[in-house]
Every structure is written in structure tokens, then in C-alpha cells.
Design a protein around this ligand. Structure first.
Ligand code: DAU
Length: 335
């Protein structure tokens, strides 16, 4: 039986990826190496815990011994979801981002090289291209990251590409756009706003709210990563985007309506994020050329996502306490 090592599989995209793979690849086993930081939540995979094709290893990708333990006798591929991912946290505290997103990637690349693992996929982000005022970023464009988060992810990408050039390490990179769906930690725009609105709280819109993001359903993102892992050409980067550009204020309006609140009472414009990129947009022709295409209709996907948070309050309620409240105060109190 084939075995894939997934890192960061207790996070948002990783857990959705593992669920998809177990469902659609009955001949595969998954090992999940996760450090269980604030964003790694065992409840994200409670439904697969008993599956004999699933194994969990607690550990950090920066620790070569933990990586060796997870690889065990060997794996057929490694997919690296493990990362610090929240831009606002990278502005408050950049160091953890450099460690996990750059050093962690390096530790995994070394393991792939030494153990001769046949495939390594780095899950990256469209944010490495930086602010794109017009047109779409293609994979051959220069990268111009502008936040501590995107600079750390870009550092990871550059390590991956350098290993391909220098050692012919068998690597792939995906650069995904803004992802939404079930099991997303409620610090990100959509789950933060939905859970605030369900709680009858205001939502903090940064600046004028006219920033544009391209929204991608997590199932389409997970499927894109699986597709590139199985069919991508080694040494290549593939953009994965939903083709749903929306301003933050448009997203806010939909969520406010869906939750039965009003823009006048429930929206608060707050001080903008420093260095805030206005727009991201990716050209996905390369991923489409190998047969991937997003399937989820955005309006339907967003409605279903709101319904999921409404129906799964026992999942998100405990997350909006403790560490989250400290973060929320640091991030929003002075705005
Ligand atoms: O583009 C892909 C990236 O998308 C991923 O690489 C990142 O890991 C992920 O966090 C996301 O980055 P963003 O910064 O775009 O996502 P976030 O949900 O933090 O913010 C989305 C937009 O909403 C952004 O323009 C900032 C704005 N925003 C966000 C929050 C949390 C607000 O206006 N208010 C808020 O409270």
C-alpha cells in the first residue's frame, strides 16, 4: 500500500486534504505529522481517527527526529501543509514564521534528499507574488512578498526550487489563493466574521474594505494539491485559484445578510493592516492544463460554509476562548 506523509494535517487545508484522500484513494495510507500549535486541532479529524489507513505522529517539522519518526520505514510522498499562516500574527510576531515556514521546509527537504522520497509537494500561497494591481500572476513571474508571512513562505519556496536545481530533489509547489470552507480557524476573514455575526458581535473591516482576494473552496484547493502531486511535472510550480475575485466589503455584505444582521449596526471600519496588499490574482492555466479545475460555485459554497459554522458551534466555540481572546485583544483593541 502507498503511504503519504502529510505535515500540518490537523490544520484547515491539511485536514480537508486528508479527509479527501482517505475517501477517494482507498489504496493509500496517510501519516499525519502535526505540532499541534494553536491552529492544529484534533477535532478537525475526529471522524477519521479510527480509520486503519490513518496514523498520527505528534511533532514539529523543524525537528529532524520527529520527521524521521513520521517517515518510519519510508513514504511515497510528503505534502507539506505545516506552516504559520496568518498575516496579522506575522506582523505581531514574525519569528515563528521564519522558523516553521523556512527552517521547517529545509528539514523536510533534507529528509526527502537523504531518504530518496519520490515526491515532495510544498503547499505555498499566491501571496508570494505580492500586490498585483492588474492582470494575473503566472508561475514564471518574479516573487515580491511584502509581509513577514509571505516573505517566509517565499523563503520556503526558494529553498524548494534550489533543491531541485542543485540536487534534483523531486519537488513540486502549489500556490493557492484565499481558501474558505469548514474547519477554518476563526482568525481568518470568513470564519471570524461569521462567528462574530452569529454571536451578534461587530466585524472589523480593515481600511476601506476594497481589497480584492480570489476565493477558493477548500475542497477545490485540496483536490488541486492532490492533482498536482499525482500529475504535476517535477520541479514545477502550479497556481491554484478559484477564479472568484471579490472585495472584502462584498464578502462582508453577503455574510451580514446570511446571518440576518445589518451593515449599519454590525460593521466597523478599523485601522488598516500595515503593508496591506490590495489585490491578488493568479493565472491557473498551468494547473488546468494537467486536468484540474475548481468545481464549487462560490455563492453556493459560501452559503454552505455559513450553514456549516451555524450548525457546528461546538466546533468553533471552544476556539474563541483562551489564547484566541489574548490574540484578539492584541490585534483589535487599539484599532
Ligand atoms: O492568499 C492566500 C492567503 O490567504 C494564505 O496564504 C494565508 O495563509 C491566508 O491567511 C490568507 O491571507 P489573507 O491575509 O488574504 O487572509 P485573511 O483572512 O487574514 O484576510 C482576508 C482579507 O480580509 C484581507 O484583505 C484582510 C481582510 N481582513 C481580515 C481580517 C482577519 C479584514 O478586513 N478584517 C479582519 O479582521
Amino acid at each position: 500500500m502507498m503511504r503519504w506523509l502529510v505535515t500540518g494535517g490537523l490544520g484547515f487545508i491539511g485536514s480537508n486534504f486528508i479527509r479527501l484522500v482517505l475517501r477517494e484513494r482507498p489504496d493509500l495510507q496517510i501519516v499525519n505529522l502535526d505540532a499541534m500549535t494553536y491552529a492544529g486541532n484534533p477535532a478537525n479529524l475526529r471522524d477519521v481517527e479510527g480509520d486503519s489507513r490513518y496514523a498520527f505522529v505528534h511533532g514539529d517539522i523543524c525537528d529532524p527526529a520527529a520527521v524521521a519518526r513520521a517517515i518510519g520505514e519510508g513514504v511515497d510522498a510528503i505534502v507539506n501543509f505545516a506552516a504559520e499562516t496568518h498575516v496579522d500574527r506575522s506582523i505581531l510576531d514574525p519569528e515563528a514564521f521564519l522558523r516553521t515556514d523556512i527552517l521547517g521546509t529545509h528539514v523536510l527537504l533534507e529528509a526527502v534528499r537523504e531518504r530518496e522520497i519520490p515526491r515532495f509537494l510544498q503547499v505555498s500561497t499566491d501571496e508570494v507574488y505580492g500586490d498585483v494591481s492588474e492582470g494575473e500572476s503566472s508561475e514564471s513571474d518574479p516573487i515580491r512578498p511584502r509581509s513577514p508571512y509571505s516573505a517566509s513562505k517565499a523563503g520556503g519556496d526558494l529553498q524548494v526550487l534550489a533543491y531541485w536545481t542543485t540536487f534534483k530533489t523531486p519537488v513540486l509547489i502549489t500556490r493557492g489563493s484565499n481558501t474558505y470552507g469548514p474547519y477554518q480557524y476563526p482568525e481568518k476573514l470568513i470564519p471570524l466574521f461569521v462567528t462574530n455575526l452569529l454571536d451578534d458581535q461587530q466585524v472589523p473591516v480593515y481600511g476601506d474594505g476594497m481589497q480584492i482576494r480570489d476565493w477558493l473552496h477548500v475542497e477545490d484547493h485540496a483536490r488541486g494539491i492532490m492533482h498536482v502531486l499525482e500529475r504535476g511535472e517535477l520541479g514545477n510550480v502550479y497556481n491554484i485559484g478559484g477564479g472568484n475575485p471579490r472585495t472584502n466589503i462584498e464578502i462582508t455584505r453577503i455574510l451580514v445578510n446570511d446571518c440576518g444582521r445589518s451593515m449599519e449596526t454590525h460593521v466597523k471600519h478599523v485601522v488598516d493592516r500595515p503593508g496591506h496588499d490590495r489585490r491578488y490574482a493568479v493565472d491557473t492555466a498551468k494547473a488546468r492544463a494537467i486536468g484540474w479545475t475548481p468545481r464549487v460555485d462560490f455563492e453556493q459554497g459560501l452559503r454552505d460554509t455559513v450553514a456549516w459554522y451555524r450548525e457546528n458551534e461546538p466546533w468553533w466555540r471552544p476556539l474563541k476562548s483562551g489564547e484566541f481572546l489574548d490574540y484578539y485583544k492584541r490585534q483589535y483593541a487599539h484599532r
